[in-house]
Design a binder for this molecule. Structure first.
Ligand SMILES: C[S@@+](CC[C@H](N)C(=O)[O-])C[C@H]1O[C@@H](n2cnc3c(N)ncnc32)[C@H](O)[C@@H]1O
Length: 368
């Protein structure tokens, strides 16, 4: 059986070969920090299977490019170690150098904080759940990582450690806390998965001149939603999907052969969300667990689903109208040259709860 250090090295090499890691210091961090030290109580795999710490496949399951869910409340995941390729993409997008001051919102297991600290960054990390913080503290001390771990609602940032060169958010949020921007050093930026069309793509947010705030797309992603004001639903937000749509009453044919791969599908999905705020996520009526990009009608009980092969299924009372609207948006994406997530930018506007406002995307446009 391969040792942890062999598995780690292979894991880092595999992420490098896939292109998820391109910087040597990030590869070195993945090859150095033992992920199993952060999930010592076991975890649920993506398919929900429980992997106990004494299971024969424990280490192999730890060193997969997959999310490890470490806490579930009422059937809903509330803490996890995120998917490594996504962690790598986000760490690389931070452009860390030794001494970079980083605030992480969403400490979770502590693994991502330890990876960043291993590259030489000075990391403060905050989590809102006391038991999660307790376990992360034990894990960080197990691997002797130098990380400032704090309990608190990440909306407030962590003023005692400010200023930060970077704020990285590892939980899905509806917008950017103004307090993170207050705690940024000049030239700094926030990297956060901000709710968009039923997902949480990663955006890079930075203050501009005269108090303005702007965001650009970085990469598609899915995250669990944050607690508290960071998840506020505001007027004009995309609808919260999830419920299965009724069986299709109208179907438009496929148009992509082969179908879009998962990344290109999410590029198309992002564009539809930028152009139409009715874009969200919906499940198929067969309850096979399949879900996809959908335009939800005003009752969220019908609309149109857009599939990776470009087929469109309309359902509910406005099936015809929504299917046509969805097909028109797919045409527009193709005619625009199939832009990817990083092609998009937007000014941000202050919205959310009046007492705890958040900066949210205002007007997505393609970069000229
Ligand atoms: C996907 S996990 C973070 C993964 C983590 N970075 C790691 O390496 O394991 C998301 C975490 O965000 C935390 N969280 C949710 N809402 C929060 C909030 N308002 N402030 C701070 N943390 C929050 C959850 O408790 C959870 O542990």
């Amino acid at each position: 059986m391969a040792s942890s250090s062999e598995l780690r090295r292979r894991f880092a090499d595999a992420l490098w070969r896939e292109g998820a890691i391109t910087r040597p210091e990030v590869a070195e961090a993945f090859a150095t920090v033992p992920r199993e030290a952060f999930v010592t109580d076991g975890f649920h795999g993506r398919d929900g299977t429980w992997v106990a710490p004494d299971a024969g496949n424990f280490l192999d399951a730890v060193y997969t490019n997959d999310v490890l869910v470490t806490k579930v409340v009422d059937g809903r995941a509330t803490s996890s170690s995120s998917q490594p390729s996504l962690m790598a993409a986000m760490i690389e997008a931070l452009d860390l150098t030794p001494g970079t001051r980083v605030l992480e919102v969403g400490a979770g297991t502590g693994y991502n904080a330890a990876l960043m600290a291993t590259t030489g960054a000075r990391v403060t990390t905050v989590d809102v759940q006391p038991d999660v913080v307790e376990r992360a503290a034990a894990a960080l001390s197990r691997v002797s990582a130098t990380v400032d771990l704090q309990l608190g609602d990440g909306y407030a940032g962590w003023p005692a450690g400010a200023p930060y060169d970077r704020v990285i958010v590892t939980v899905g949020v509806a917008g950017t806390s103004p307090l993170w921007l207050d705690q940024l050093a000049p030239g700094g930026f926030v990297l956060a998965p901000i709710r968009h069309a039923g997902h949480h793509p990663v955006l890079r947010i930075a203050p501009g001149p005269d108090g303005t705030v702007h965001a650009v797309g970085v990469c598609p992603a899915g995250f669990m939603s944050a607690a508290g004001p960071l998840s506020a639903v505001y007027p004009g937000a995309h609808p919260l999907g999830g419920a299965p749509l009724p069986p299709p009453a109208v179907s438009h044919p496929t148009r992509f052969d082969p179908p879009l791969d998962v990344f290109r599908y999410h590029d198309m999905w992002f564009a539809l969300g930028a152009w139409d705020a009715r874009t969200s996520y919906a499940q198929t009526p067969d309850s096979a667990g399949n879900g996809g990009c959908a335009l939800l009608d005003e009752t969220s009980g019908g609309g149109a689903t857009i599939w990776p092969d470009g087929a469109v299924d309309g359902s509910g009372p406005h099936a015809q109208m929504y299917a046509e609207r969805a097909s028109g948006l797919v045409d527009r994406w193709v005619a625009s040259g199939r832009p990817a997530v990083p092609a998009w930018r937007t000014p941000m506007t202050l919205d959310g709860e009046p007492a705890n406002p958040i900066w949210v995307p205002d007007d997505w446009r393609l970069a000229p």
